[in-house]
Design a protein around this ligand. Structure first.
Ligand SMILES: *Cc1c(COP(=O)(O)O)cnc(C)c1O
Length: 372
């Protein structure tokens, strides 16, 4: 059996040292030993989010933090503008609608970044909050968040950013850019298993939180905030995951917060470089460093299944209108140079093409690794 290579845009491979630390013991969540890990994790997350506000750790996947954003910022009957540029934008809109929020979709052609003029025009209708992805993972497309934030600020609305495939691996300083809500997920740039999400609110967002009337119990962020001020989580929490998180954050601090971003950028560059030679063109007009979508001439679903069965490599295809048309290669997590080369070698074999392996390898080698 060939070694397993996980190259999806989440979940991602976990560094072996982190896997080991997570499996050593299960701490109770109300003990001094865990409190230390929790406090350390919060401090590390604040640095990654670049915010003076608390960053909460939720025991739920990224979608739970998305739902938390909606129910804590808004009341039924409020107005929301949602950027829909793929599957995850659609999810924002569905959550808003479930809670009786009057939802306007700004539909962006898949694979394209938000057009700032269209965005500014849409904002004129007046909204309580605007929801977007920083990177729309389903199309591997990055949006111009800093410029969008300035426009939203002028409109008076709150700006909530699903940065699950951005925070930690793309420049996104929350306070400096004036973002009101930023969301991250454990199984993406934070390179631990699925199960945790992270959410931070600005002062304005906390003021809206106090007034929001959407029903909430598990996702009431004010209760979590109160518990956190006593160095506790409100409910039980998966302590092994947070043990792993603390370890990753410690390493990010030790090696510099830009390292993961640099590595993602390099893996993305290598993927574009090798991909072009393999006849796989770039799908997105605004490609993200966290995930690359490559267009395939033949059915991408067939390629994906063969990679899985014959090579033990997992990556993702396209959904809906992109089904069978693209391959999505993730760049976050503990991906080694060998993993990338194994993928390109396999694609070269399947597509009967060649690529400059030595140049690709040299490019990959130029990137630092978080855990060596
Ligand atoms: C992965 C991801 C999510 C979270 O999905 P979960 O499966 O709930 O963790 C949300 N938004 C984006 C952009 C993502 O990439």
């Amino acid at each position: 059996m060939k070694p397993y290579r996980l190259l999806a845009p989440g979940p991602v491979p976990v560094p072996p040292a982190v896997l080991k630390a997570m499996s050593e013991k299960v701490l109770h969540h109300r003990t001094p030993a865990f409190e230390k890990i929790l406090v350390e994790s919060w401090a590390g997350l604040k640095k990654v989010f670049a915010t003076a506000q608390p960053v909460q750790i939720l025991a739920g996947t990224g979608s739970s933090a998305m739902e938390a954003a909606v129910v804590n910022l808004l009341s039924p009957g409020d107005r929301a503008l949602v950027v829909v540029s793929g599957k995850f934008g659609e999810r924002w809109a569905e959550i808003c609608e479930r809670y009786g929020v009057l939802t306007t979709r700004l539909n962006v052609p898949w694979g394209q970044a938000v057009d700032l003029e269209d965005f500014a025009t849409a904002l004129k209708a007046g909204f309580n909050a605007v929801f977007t992805q920083a990177c729309e993972t389903s199309t591997a497309t990055l949006h111009p968040i800093q410029k969008m934030a300035a426009l939203v600020k002028n409109s008076g609305a709150l700006f909530a950013v699903d940065a699950i495939t951005a925070v930690g691996c793309v420049d996104l300083p929350m306070d400096q850019w004036g973002l009101d809500c930023v969301i991250g997920g454990s199984q993406k740039a934070f390179m631990i298993p699925t199960g945790l999400s992270f959410i931070a609110l600005s002062e304005r967002a906390w003021a809206a939180q106090a007034k929001s009337k959407c029903p909430k119990f598990y996702l009431d962020l004010s209760l979590e905030k109160k518990a956190n001020s006593k160095n506790e989580t409100h409910f039980s929490t998966p302590t092994p995951l947070i043990t792993g998180l603390a370890m990753v954050l410690r390493q990010m601090e030790a090696k510099g917060y830009g390292l993961v971003q640099k590595r993602c950028e390099t893996l993305a560059a290598a993927t574009r470089f090798a991909g072009a030679q393999l006849g796989l063109s770039l799908y997105s007009a605004s490609p993200s460093p966290s995930v690359t979508a490559l267009q395939t001439a033949s059915d991408s679903q067939v390629l994906r299944e063969r990679l899985e069965k014959e090579e033990n490599i997992t990556l993702m295809g396209g959904q809906d209108q992109l089904k069978g048309k693209i391959l999505r290669v993730g760049h976050m997590g503990d991906i080694q140079d060998d993993d990338m080369l194994a993928l390109f070698d396999a694609l070269a074999k399947m597509l009967s093409r060649r690529y400059d392996r030595a140049a690709t390898e040299a490019l990959l080698k130029s990137a630092p690794v978080l855990f060596t």
